[in-house]
Design a protein. Sequence first.
Length: 160
Amino acid sequence: MTTLVLMRHGVAEDDNPGGDAARRLTIVGLERAAHAARGLVALGVRPDIVLTSPLMRCRQTAELVAGAAGCALADDLRLAPGMSTSDLLEVMLEHPDARTIVACTHQPGLTYALADLTGCGQIGFRRPGAAVIDMESPRLGGGRLAAVLPPRVLRAAAGY
């Protein structure tokens, strides 16, 4: 069984001269993403790898998670906006030895993937929130929702 943690990036700036892909986390976004990263680890999430959309706001969030957990980090264009559940599953399957994977990506793909993998319906993701899925099989409907972790829960777990 693999544990998949779906995570939404932190709060980003509204605009960037470099375009959408260059939008960075705000100061508050960085602080809250750091708290969320420490909260995940405090709750026992120990990823083998953090996979991320290459867009700057996701990459920054994922770096904080990988740093807090002391694990590898990898960008994957398939996790960029427009990600489908099939894209997510393909990326997961490329890491067969990983027991726990954090995937940092964007809305609405996160909501759709969570519903497709667990059948739990559509649950929104606040920034930077997460959902933990126990994946019995890497396929549609192959997971069980273990936890929904809104930002306030992650901050509290980190002691903030």
